[in-house]
Design a protein around this ligand. Structure first.
Ligand SMILES: NC(=O)c1ccc[n+]([C@@H]2O[C@H](COP(=O)([O-])OP(=O)(O)OC[C@H]3O[C@@H](n4cnc5c(N)ncnc54)[C@H](O)[C@@H]3O)[C@@H](O)[C@H]2O)c1
Length: 354
């Protein structure tokens, strides 16, 4: 691997542009990577995006891009049902890859891809950008410190909520080309016992929204959770009860037309708590807010920690480029995301969907 990774992009739709290519273009302009070329099933869109971001080459399709030996790694930003087939193609071509979350629809697919990446000796990153959030970094430090120094007592319970409303919040519009090329229908795959339309709608909701929440809990707890109960209001609301050793975990939330995005995780210890409020995904101007409550001299005291203002998606792109250059490990490597896929399979397996 050269010190300046050379990247190709497969898929430059909305997230591909706003949350990914735009950040890699900034890193290219700062001298950290090169962008060799892009491809999209919509050729007019690819052309317009290449022009906007000064990308020198447009490939006819993914196969042509993957045949280019000058590309080290591919940023492949797709609707999740495409991930399995495309990531497999990319890994077979011997290139490192980053995709959005969720990883894939089934655990056996995820395991196969992780094994393939290991066999090929390439990096496989999944887009859990919250792990790169500057406020989450602060919270993780505090969590480790207080979990080990005993000042707050044992960790009893984790409450992870994602009540999603407007997740875009004036992020700016992507390039939209008037490209009539029809896209092939998506072909999602599901766990074996996820067969009814209601279950599949619930599973889509789970892997789209709560993949983040489940991954976040695993990131802090450092151990895979087990699932004990779950209920869905189809694809509008869900609650699930999990456990990691003796720590109780609740993951829940609802989707509404609210102007807000209320996402927070509280780690409840015997003598205090740590709360992390993670921001709206496309807000570039906000890191997670972190509040620690613990005993003071005159009652409990809450301290708010202010991490630097930054955007988790930019830091994620930086993390991928630096990992490709061999400088740092990935923070959300695919092998750690196997836990999430397994837990989400267990959730839908056990869930009542109403
Ligand atoms: N991390 C987050 O917080 C977050 C937020 C929103 C969405 N997402 C994820 O982002 C993903 C992508 O969303 P999006 O809005 O960019 O989708 P999109 O439909 O706007 O874009 C996908 C693009 O990929 C192209 N494409 C599909 N198959 C292709 C192929 N084989 N070769 C080349 N191009 C191909 C399509 O033409 C399209 O332009 C979603 O699956 C979602 O899970 C993540």
């Amino acid at each position: 691997m050269s010190k300046k990774p050379r990247l190709g992009f497969i898929g430059v739709g909305m997230m591909g542009q706003i949350a990914h290519l735009a950040n890699y273009a900034r890193l290219r302009d700062e001298g950290e990577c090169e962008i060799v070329g892009i491809t999209d099933l919509k050729p007019l869109l690819a052309r317009a995006v290449a022009e906007k971001y000064h990308v020198p080459r447009i490939y006819e399709n993914a196969t042509e891009l993957l045949q280019d030996p000058s590309i080290d790694a591919v940023v492949c930003i797709q609707q999740w049902p495409n991930n399995y087939a495309l990531v497999k193609q990319i890994l077979l071509a011997g290139k490192s890859v980053m995709t959005e979350k969720p990883m894939v629809g089934r655990l056996d697919e995820a395991q196969e891809l992780v094994a393939l990446a290991q066999e090929k000796g390439v990096l496989y990153a999944v887009g859990f950008m919250k792990r790169y959030d500057a406020g989450v970094e602060v919270a993780k430090h505090l969590f480790e410190e207080f979990r080990h120094n005993g000042e707050l007592g044992n960790l009893l319970e984790v409450d992870a909520v994602c009540d999603g409303g407007d997740w875009i919040q004036n992020a700016g519009a992507p390039v939209i080309a008037d490209d009539p090329t029809p896209l092939p229908p998506l072909q999602p795959t599901y766990p074996d016992r996820c067969t009814t339309p209601e279950q599949r709608a619930a599973y889509g909701y789970l892997v789209n929204i709560f993949a983040h929440t489940v991954n976040f809990c695993h990131h802090f707890l450092g151990k895979e959770m087990r699932v004990y109960a779950a209920q869905f209001r189809r694809d509008r609301g869900m609650q699930s009860l999990l456990r990691s050793d003796d720590v109780l975990v609740t993951v829940h939330g609802a989707t509404s037309a609210s102007h807000e995005w209320r996402e927070y995780t509280t780690f409840n210890f015997e003598r205090g708590h740590l709360m992390v409020k993670t921001p709206v995904p496309l807000n570039r101007q906000q890191s997670a807010r972190v509040y620690l409550t613990r005993p003071g001299e005159q009652g409990f005291v809450t301290t708010e920690y202010h991490a630097p203002v930054d955007w988790a998606f930019f830091r994620e792109a930086q993390g991928f480029v630096r990992a490709l250059a061999g400088n740092v490990p990935l923070r959300a490597p695919a092998e750690t995301c196997l836990w999430d896929v397994r837990v989400m399979e267990q959730i839908i397996d056990i869930a009542e969907v109403i």
